[in-house]
Write a protein that binds this ligand. Structure first.
Ligand SMILES: C[S@@+](CC[C@H](N)C(=O)[O-])C[C@H]1O[C@@H](n2cnc3c(N)ncnc32)[C@H](O)[C@@H]1O
Length: 286
């Protein structure tokens, strides 16, 4: 069932497109039952940050806790390392897709995975892990209070000498505060960043998607909205949206320090459009 989102929830060109679709648009959160299947299809072939994450996890032997595991894009490569992986995820839809994916995986991987439905900003698993992973810039899904809860829970669950590995998106700008002001389709020339970038991608099913990424100048949130590649002239159109925080590495480093966690290194990840992601390697402050 569509969640209580309205076209007015969605800014920019994506919002205009939704308004043009009118009653045909069925708007979902990216991680609800319907949105999960779209996200899953969209992300299944995405290998972004997998190699870098696996390389860092390999350096610290022991059990892995993966937060916001989704449908297992990172979980399967982590299991392939031969580790015991606890995959924590809030969305029932995502967990169902993870279960389906695990059911198709070799038994030697499946038997080392435990899936848990919980909120990453408040969890108590009653044990510690050598490595805690929060990939795919998913820390941006939490507000400030949620992040404080996340850091406290990570401290409670990290084994001595363990590592917390989390990725975040540093936005490539010409200035410190954000992109230069420009129209919705502002060009990239002269250091001006686009307010709304549109990326076309093909899902694992072969379906084409158009992803609108709307980030106004200086805003500390951005809205990502996924449309089908073509909408035709009639019939319902599934559109998925989410609004997430913009959390540059410097801000997270300060928040982590205040929570007794130290960033030991920042590992650059390949760029995704206007974002330059970084994988932070974090330990408990001595
Ligand atoms: C960007 S997706 C990443 C999923 C997966 N790690 C991947 O790489 O494809 C973010 C995931 O975080 C989950 N999520 C959102 N809020 C959460 C919370 N408070 N606790 C746990 N998971 C959450 C969503 O349901 C979604 O599966």
């Amino acid at each position: 069932m569509a969640v209580a989102l309205t076209p007015s929830t969605v800014p920019g060109r994506a919002g205009e497109l939704l308004a043009e679709l009118g009653d045909r648009a069925e708007l979902h959160d990216v991680y609800d039952e319907t949105g999960s299947t779209v996200y899953h299809d969209f992300s299944l072939k995405d290998t972004h940050e997998v190699r870098e994450l696996v390389g860092l996890v390999r350096r610290t032997p022991g059990a892995v806790l993966e937060l916001a595991a989704g449908s297992g894009r990172l979980t399967l490569p982590l299991l392939a390392l031969g580790r015991e992986v606890t995959a924590l995820e809030l969305s029932a839809g995502m967990l169902r897709l993870l279960d389906e994916r695990l059911a198709q995986a070799p038994g030697r991987l499946r038997e080392r995975c435990v899936a848990v439905r919980a909120d990453m900003s408040s969890f108590a698993l009653g044990r510690r892990f050598e490595v805690i992973v929060l990939g795919t810039t998913s820390v941006s899904l939490l507000d400030e209070e949620g992040r404080a809860g996340l850091y406290a829970a990570v401290r409670e669950h990290l084994a001595p000498g363990g590592r917390f590995l989390l990725s975040t998106a540093d936005i490539v700008t010409s200035g410190a505060a954000g992109p230069a002001a420009g129209g919705e389709d502002g060009g990239e020339d002269g250091g001006e960043a686009e307010v709304e970038a549109v990326i076309e991608a093909v899902g694992a099913s072969g379906r084409v998607y158009r992803m609108h990424d709307h980030w106004p100048p200086g805003s500390d949130t951005r809205t990502v909205t996924i449309f089908p590649g073509t909408v035709g002239d009639e019939g319902p159109v599934t559109v998925c949206t989410t609004t997430v925080g913009v959390l540059p590495a410097g801000r997270l480093t300060a928040e982590l320090a205040a929570a007794g966690l130290t960033v030991l290194a920042g590992h650059p990840l390949p760029g995704t459009g206007r974002y330059r992601d970084v994988l932070l390697e974090v330990g408990v402050t001595a």
